[in-house]
Design a protein around this ligand. Structure first.
Ligand code: SAM
Length: 240
């Protein structure tokens, strides 16, 4: 049985796709996605950046923070394998062990439990928009985990040893309120500098002053991108 992490709850967003909320020790609760659509938001913010990276012919070395319900991982593997790209790496960070272990077990074929049910739904919904049979997409995920093209890691940035040359960064952390340490200018500048390739795209649903300053300091150009579902801004930054 693959069960939800403690202090988490499933919600359905406006496009019918599931999201999960997590509660911090101090009682603050945050959902992983915009209420307007977890899947739609993932396509708008993250799949579009993958398309930008592929259109430039760069190698595909993706850093994904964090795994959550694995929309970005499932979308990316689907997009890459559909294009017959076998040489890719996705380093996926997730600090909640139940999500990491649950995803691994589910990809391996385990079933039963609320988290497995949610992963099944995410898979089916991504498969439908990507026009891929869901059984094939699951096989692609299994192969990616088996040959380490998709690598699951723990907390960011602590568990980022050995990673360099990242050409695409999905910075899908919880907000500053939930995870202040992931949005500080010092952390962003130091950590990203070490991990990112010269040619690189970073994308996130968020738009903060510290992130903008860090990316400019690292030589990125910021593209003006409207946020998802009525949000004023999101961030897509390119260094090439
Ligand atoms: C906004 S959600 C990500 C949603 C996910 N991309 C998806 O497609 O479902 C943020 C995730 O980051 C995880 N997280 C929080 N702090 C982290 C850290 N320091 N390192 C790795 N993961 C972290 C949370 O547990 C949560 O699953």
């Amino acid at each position: 049985m693959i069960e939800l992490p403690p202090n988490s709850e499933i919600f359905y967003t406006e496009d019918g796709s599931p999201t999960l909320s997590l509660k911090k020790a101090d009682g603050y609760v945050e959902k992983m996605h915009h209420s307007g659509g977890a899947l739609s938001e993932s396509l708008y913010i993250y799949r579009s950046a993958l398309s930008e990276t592929l259109s430039r012919g760069w190698s595909t070395r993706i850093l994904s923070l964090g795994l959550g319900l694995a929309y970005n991982e499932i979308i990316s593997v689907s997009e890459l394998r559909k294009k017959d790209i076998a040489d890719f790496r996705i380093y996926s960070f997730e600090s909640v062990p139940e999500l990491r272990d649950g995803f691994k077990a589910w990809v391996g074929g385990a079933s039963g439990g609320k988290l497995a049910f949610v992963f099944d739904q995410v898979l089916k919904q991504v498969a439908a928009v990507q026009n891929v049979p869901s059984a094939l997409l699951r096989t692609w995920l299994k192969e990616a985990l088996a040959d380490h093209a998709l690598e699951l890691r723990g907390s960011f940035p602590e568990e980022s040893d050995g990673i360099e040359g990242v050409t695409l960064c999905y910075y899908d952390a919880f907000s500053k309120k939930m995870s202040p340490e992931l949005w500080s200018e010092d952390m962003l500048k130091g950590t990203l500098d070490r991990l990112l390739a010269r040619n690189c795209i970073l994308t996130t649903y968020a738009a903060t002053g510290a992130l903008n300053r860090s990316l400019k300091h690292l030589g990125f150009s910021l593209l003006v991108k409207t946020g998802f579902a009525g949000k004023r801004e999101s961030t897509m930054a390119i260094r090439e």
